[in-house]
Design a protein around this ligand. Structure first.
Ligand code: HEC
Ligand code: HEC
Ligand code: HEC
Ligand code: HEC
Length: 429
């Protein structure tokens, strides 16, 4: 679990509504677009993004490269493929090596097709600038000119990373999976760590190489943590559903196991920790889909629309039951996707910033009542409560309880739901 203590977000409460839709499709993600990627070296000059100190006279800090190369794990994501852990994974999978295998490079580097690699492109830069910002071939010259309208630069291939839904899709394409890249159970079985994600928390942990100053807010989307978090949850749920639709594959003896809650299989038989779960209503002994992001969506919708909460719950239960019976879940997925669209609309209109305490209480209450007894749900709830307390400015006051909460989810192999519920109860009181 991301035990690393979260940097306090000082984003403040912005009054912006969330109105722009993230109209990108998987094909438009930087990995799949057809523009040349020029390489990190093309961005890193000291007069461009490689300044050692942050500048204040320009619109951007210009030290993005330095932050990325010194503090961002994306910088070392290719190097990870050279370490012993990766060597062992590759060997078990029968790969020649991890650092030459597309199934690893697709997430651990900017693995675009060879003909799209410019002369300064280096695969060992890992997840470099253009893996997130898009191939720079057509915008490298125009994007530095303050007079070029932003729309034109985006048209030329700059990926809209500031637009929250587009950003969520981007991060999730590697931190959850998309289309043809996914950390499958084969990869997990060979020893890959389980992956989890939350847009706001991970954005802070990356760490951010941008400052939400006045200039930024005037020109870009600069919503609050709560807004970013809620959009991240909807997008993650959407992407989870699409992965289930495309990757469940019920043809073999076992479907794609990485779509299920790892801990529903991986725990000791003497645990006896099964308890009824109202999101799935499945009987003991069943394997549950990983629905971690729906946990938060139910809490969010309980605050913005109880009808929608009921309807989401019903749809989710139907999906669990259909998959459990081995039936084709496509219809249930389509129906849930429509409900997520409605939730998006509701979120656009709602002012989540004004209901932060309500949101936190909705999550804490469910958790304290023992309703989040599965690890993945508990993990998401912990990140959410931490973020919401930060926004409320109450994080310091509850430091001790938060520490206890993190302790209760620190070791996923020995997760004890009752301890987690108890830690949440303390926060409720
Ligand atoms: C091209 C794939 C890719 C994209 C896109 C991507 N990441 Fe990552 N990210 C990775 C990989 C791979 C790692 C693991 C690096 C390592 O340790 O080797 C990682 C690691 C991280 C970490 C460090 C996690 C830890 O355990 O310390 C954070 C935080 C993170 N990413 C946030 C983000 C955010 C936020 C976005 C979207 C703005 C994003 N990532 C987009 C592939 C990606
Ligand atoms: C769907 C994207 C994806 C694929 C495919 C993928 N990884 Fe990863 N990998 C990640 C992300 C994201 C992380 C960071 C997880 C975190 O800390 O949250 C990671 C973390 C790791 C780590 C642990 C890094 C550390 O020190 O914490 C290793 C080792 C690793 N990956 C190796 C591999 C190998 C080898 C392959 C190919 C067989 C592979 N990965 C395929 C996304 C992926
Ligand atoms: C893992 C994804 C990721 C990687 C890798 C990445 N960025 Fe970013 N970058 C972001 C996100 C997210 C934002 C915030 C949204 C925005 O302003 O577009 C951002 C913002 C920026 C900004 C805008 C700052 C502002 O104040 O408006 C610049 C400039 C930038 N990045 C440059 C770089 C450079 C140069 C590199 C490589 C050295 C890089 N980025 C690598 C995701 C990434
Ligand atoms: C339906 C049950 C099921 C689910 C769900 C499941 N696994 Fe597995 N997992 C297995 C089985 C069966 C094996 C093979 C065990 C063996 O070889 O002893 C296995 C093997 C593994 C191994 C290798 C263990 C070893 O002894 O080397 C790892 C690691 C692993 N799984 C991780 C995961 C992760 C991470 C997830 C969730 C993303 C997950 N599993 C989901 C059933 C499951």
């Amino acid at each position: 679990m991301i035990q690393r203590v979260k940097l306090l977000l000082c984003i403040g409460i912005a009054a912006f509504g969330v109105s722009v839709m993230g109209g990108v499709t998987a094909a438009e993600l930087p990995h799949y677009s057809d523009t040349q990627h020029l390489g990190v070296a093309s961005c890193a000059s000291s007069v461009c993004h490689g300044s050692v100190t942050s500048r204040t006279s320009t619109a951007v800090r210009q030290n993005e490269y330095v932050i990325w190369s010194r503090q961002d794990r994306h910088r070392i994501s290719y190097n990870t493929l050279l370490n012993n852990e990766s060597k062992a994974i590759a060997k078990k999978l029968g790969l020649k090596s991890a650092h030459t295998a597309d199934i690893c490079l697709d997430c651990h580097a900017d693995n675009v097709a060879t003909h799209l690699r410019g002369s300064r492109f280096q695969i060992d830069d890992g997840v470099g600038c253009e893996a997130c910002h898009g191939g720079a071939e057509n915008y490298i010259s125009s994007h530095v000119d303050a007079d070029t309208p932003r729309g034109e630069v985006l048209q030329a291939g700059l990926y809209p990373t500031d637009e929250p839904r587009a950003r969520a899709k981007l991060c999730l394409s590697c931190h959850l999976g998309v289309g043809d890249k996914m950390a499958t159970h084969d990869i997990m079985g060979a020893g890959h760590p389980r992956i989890s994600f939350e847009l706001d928390t991970f954005g802070a942990l990356q760490p951010a190489h941008y400052v939400l100053d006045k200039d930024y807010k005037d020109n870009k989307w600069a919503g609050s943590s709560v807004e970013l978090w809620s959009i991240g949850q909807v997008e993650a749920a959407r992407q989870t559903l699409l992965l289930i639709r495309d990757r469940l594959n019920t043809k073999g003896l076992f479907p794609e196991l990485a779509l299920f809650d790892c801990h529903s299989c991986h725990h000791s038989m003497s645990d006896r920790k099964w308890v009824a779960n109202d999101r799935s209503s499945l009987p003991p002994g069943s394997v549950r889909l990983n629905d971690a992001n729906f946990v938060m969506l139910l809490a969010i919708s309980s605050v913005v629309s109880q009808d929608l909460e009921r309807s989401l719950k019903k749809g989710l239960r139907a999906l669990h039951q259909t998959v459990e019976k081995g039936n084709n879940p496509k219809k249930k997925i389509t129906s849930l996707l429509t409900k997520l669209d409605s939730l998006d609309d509701k979120l656009d209109k709602a002012d989540l910033n004004s209901v932060v305490p309500k949101l936190r209480k909705a999550i804490v209450k469910r958790a304290a009542a023992g309703k989040l007894n599965d690890y993945v749900g508990a993990e998401q709830a912990t990140m959410a409560v931490d973020m919401l307390l930060s926004v409320e400015g109450k994080r310091a006051k509850h430091a001790k309880s938060l520490e206890n909460l993190y302790k209760s989810v620190n070791d996923e192999d020995n997760f004890e739901p009752y301890k987690f519920a108890k830690a949440m109860k303390k926060l409720a009181g």
